[in-house]
Design a protein around this ligand. Structure first.
Ligand SMILES: [Zn+2]
Ligand SMILES: [Zn+2]
Length: 419
């Protein structure tokens, strides 16, 4: 910087070449952030001129295949826009800027249409119109579209989520029909994410839905789709998939709301099963808040490895797993509709609470993990020690990860492949 005043900042281009080089070497995007302490609360002609000068210098150094981001802080708001090296004169405004702390703060989102506002009148009555507009701006990824994923997605769509990315490669089974929402008997045998997308689009609300019929932990397309979401909702009972989302939430700076069900079914005295306990768990992990799924005890390495071993050899026995020091994880969760649905409903409310905090947690209930006990009729949390050196939630090794390949997993390929 060679000079500054409340109106203008002057800088030289030559020293920036070092930063341009870093961008090229580390796969980073060059960004220019400035403020207008005395207004205007929009990009000025001077900003336009500066950005064109900068992107030309960047393109001369790094070639035309570059992206440039400009952000402006003015009047308590963030504005942002991007340009591509191929057409530097065209500035594309971003949909919104999301700031993630203990909650979601959104800037620059659009006002909802009159039609959407009418549908969401009741929600606006509870949480205000900005809440409705913010939810309409968000893209939510739902991994797993069965007993918890389908009620989450259908209620979330009715609640005013703007974009849903549905991920599930499994076909609907007849035994799912006791608890799924929006899926019919005629859908049995068809991929859940596709049929759920069709159902939600058929409701006729202003929600855009994408379906990706694959596993989140093996498909680069699914990983990129997840990376593009503002919030991820984990609705699978799959440990390998949860492990990937547990890394992605830090690398891509997303809240992860993970739903799990568990319990214990015993033999009753009458010869029929007896539900000893049954709970729904809602975990809410933010990149800089709360324990990760490992530290919460939701996933364990020996469970993930056992699942991968089963994927490779479906006939592997419990004995053979034991010989390899692995075990199948999880507890009995028979898949009872009111329990799966109620847990999904709690997760939708958790999303609402992230946007417009309304919950008052009693001191013994944790924000990042609580259980709804359907037998004892109570909401509680339990203390988990966690790993004090956890590479996810303590050492933050995945936070703003410099990726040589997706999430540094070579089998998922380079991020550039997809551009
Ligand atoms: Zn400016
Ligand atoms: Zn952890």
């Amino acid at each position: 910087m060679t000079g500054s005043s409340p109106e203008i900042v002057a800088f030289e281009l030559a020293p920036l070449r070092e930063l341009f080089q870093r961008c090229e070497e580390e796969g980073l995007v060059f960004g220019f952030i400035h403020n207008h302490p005395a207004g205007p609360a929009q990009f000025s002609d001077m900003d336009e001129e500066n950005e064109r000068t900068l992107i030309k210098a960047l393109r001369n150094r790094n070639g035309p295949d570059i992206t440039f981001v400009a952000m402006l802080w003015a009047d308590g708001q963030w504005l942002a826009r991007t340009r591509k090296g191929g057409c530097p004169e065209i500035a594309v405004p971003v949909r919104h800027t999301l700031v993630l702390g203990e909650r979601i703060t959104l800037y620059g989102y659009k006002e909802s249409s009159d039609e959407h506002t009418e549908v969401q009148a009741r929600q606006a009555a509870a949480f205000g119109k900005p809440f409705v507009d913010m939810l309409q701006s968000l893209r939510i990824g739902v991994a797993g579209n069965g007993g918890t994923g389908s009620p989450f997605a259908t209620l979330g769509a009715r609640g005013g989520i703007g974009e849903l990315v549905l991920l599930d490669k499994d076909p609907l089974a007849a035994s799912n029909l006791n608890r799924v929402r929006g899926l019919m008997k005629a859908d049995v045998g068809f991929v859940k994410s596709d049929t759920l997308k069709n159902f939600i689009e058929g409701i006729g609300l202003s929600v855009k839905v994408a379906s990706i019929a694959s596993d989140v932990d093996t498909d680069p397309v699914a990983v990129d789709a997840l990376a593009s979401c503002d919030v991820i909702v984990g609705c699978t009972d799959d440990f390998a998939g949860r492990e990937l989302m547990n890394a992605a939430l830090y690398a891509y700076a997303q809240p992860l709301i993970d739903i799990g069900l568990g319990g214990k079914v015993d033999d009753g005295l009458d010869g029929h099963p007896y539900l000893r306990y049954h709970y729904g768990r809602i975990s809410t992990i933010l990149p800089e808040q709360g324990q990760c799924l490992f530290c919460q005890g939701v996933i364990k390495d020996i469970w993930i490895q056992a699942q991968l071993a089963r994927r490779e050899n479906p006939d592997i026995t419990a004995e053979e797993l034991k010989d390899r020091y692995l075990e199948d994880g999880g507890t009995d969760a028979p898949g009872v509709g009111p329990f799966t649905s109620a847990s999904a409903d709690f997760a939708v409310a958790t999303l609402f609470d992230l946007i417009k905090p309304f919950r008052r947690f009693p001191p013994e209930v944790r924000r990042d993990m609580f259980f709804v006990d359907f037998v004892k009729m109570e909401i509680h949390s339990h203390e988990t020690v966690g790993n004090p050196d956890c590479s996810y939630c303590r050492a933050h090794e995945f936070l703003l990860l410099k990726e040589s390949c997706r999430l540094n997993r070579p089998f998922l390929g380079k991020r550039d492949d997809f551009c």
